[in-house]
Design a protein around this ligand. Structure first.
Ligand SMILES: Nc1ncnc2c1ncn2[C@@H]1O[C@H](COP(=O)(O)OP(=O)(O)OP(=O)(O)O)[C@@H](O)[C@H]1O
Ligand SMILES: [Mg+2]
Length: 339
């Protein structure tokens, strides 16, 4: 088996919209250096929906925050490349970087209620960046806010544009966040667990809305979630993270039908099935390694892996092709039968 380039693993034939290469994020902390993301490469195609899954602390949010320029220096350090439109965003001048991240790449977060400013009206929050960037009047900005509220299906937008966040439900606050992110027509929307804080019916409404907006605008969507059901239903391709690294990447059907990495298998087997076909739910034994301090010798997952071989305690495997557009970082990937 040979090690491969991320774009090759993901079956990307044309130039990707975003090409992330060897992204690393560390933090200096009183307990030592935290290696939150340890060299992750991936690409995103125009209009694609990419899902990112993995246990808590695996580096999903930090990796995307680095892409959005949200890692605070001097304690946080980011390295690698983030190629958008032929330029490396990580090394471009700060002004260009800020401009690009607001205009072309936008992000929404899990807890909309706390992400919104309680002392500003929702209309002001939705249109503020638009007003500043487009240098338009307050009246035009308000018209834009109403138009965006309508797009994200907030009822009676004209009457509600002057409301404050506390007058909105959690689901409506998340719609306000989505409207804010859409204001400048981004090409990429990053959504970090956008529905986790919401009840199940509202979760579905928000995901339906995101899918609709994506279809209309041809936007690419990167979705971080713990909800494997949501991944199975909504994404084109999924990436699995473990301890700051990518362990598997595949079209979503291949990931669920023929997971290659033992960690992905464990995650999928821990997912309840409505038809009871999976029988007893599986739990992955042990806990992820701490990001600060010592990683286990060899491959970070091997102490928890039911299939580990001796060499897993010595080497860390590279991401390898295991099937078309499907890559996994496991020494034994080829030897695991795809049942
Ligand atoms: N500002 C920070 N300083 C120090 N360590 C941090 C900081 N931010 C994140 N980390 C650490 O980086 C690691 C990755 O965190 P991250 O938030 O990306 O996890 P995650 O995969 O998004 O988890 P979750 O599913 O719980 O949201 C964790 O060990 C976390 O404690
Ligand atoms: Mg997170």
């Amino acid at each position: 088996m040979r090690a491969i380039q991320p774009s090759e693993a993901q079956g990307v034939t044309s130039a990707p919209l975003l090409d992330v290469r060897d992204l690393r994020v560390t933090f200096d902390t009183p307990h030592g250096l935290v290696r939150a993301v340890g060299g992750v490469s991936w690409t995103l195609s125009p209009g694609e929906t990419l899902g990112i899954i993995g246990e808590s602390g695996s580096g999903k949010s930090v990796g995307l925050e680095a892409i959005m320029g949200l890692i605070k220096t001097p304690l946080g350090h980011v390295s690698g490349q983030e190629i958008f439109d032929g330029r490396d965003v990580l090394t471009m001048p700060e002004g260009d970087r800020r401009q690009l991240r607001g205009e072309k790449i936008a992000m929404i977060f899990q807890d909309a209620m706390s992400a919104l400013n309680p002392s500003l009206t929702v209309g002001t929050q939705i249109s503020e960046v638009y007003r500043l960037r487009r240098k338009c009047s307050h009246a035009d900005a308000e018209r834009k806010a109403i138009e965006l509220m309508d797009r994200v299906k907030i009822p009676s937008p004209k009457a509600r544009v002057g409301n404050y966040p506390h007058e909105f439900s959690g689901g409506m606050c998340q719609r306000v966040m989505i409207a804010t992110a859409l204001a400048l027509n981004p090409q990429i929307l990053i959504a970090d667990e956008p529905t986790t804080a919401l009840d199940v019916t509202v979760q579905r409404q928000i995901m339906t809305l995101l899918a609709e907006l994506q279809r209309e605008d041809g936007m690419a969507l990167v979705l971080i979630t713990h909800d494997l059901g949501l991944v199975a239903e909504t994404v084109d391709r999924a990436m699995v993270m473990y301890a700051g690294r990518l362990v598997e990447s595949a079209p979503v059907s291949a990931l669920f039908e023929a997971p290659s990495h033992p960690y992905t298998r464990g995650l999928i087997q821990s997912m309840p099935r409505i038809d009871g076909a999976s029988g007893k739910l599986h739990a992955i034994g042990g806990t992820p390694p701490p990001a600060a301090g010592r990683m286990p010798k060899g491959y970070s997952f091997h102490p928890r892996c039911e299939m580990r071989a001796e060499r897993c305690g010595i080497d860390r495997p590279k991401l390898r092709s295991v099937a078309k557009n499907h890559a996994a970082a496991c020494q034994l990937a080829e030897e695991i039968p795809h049942d």
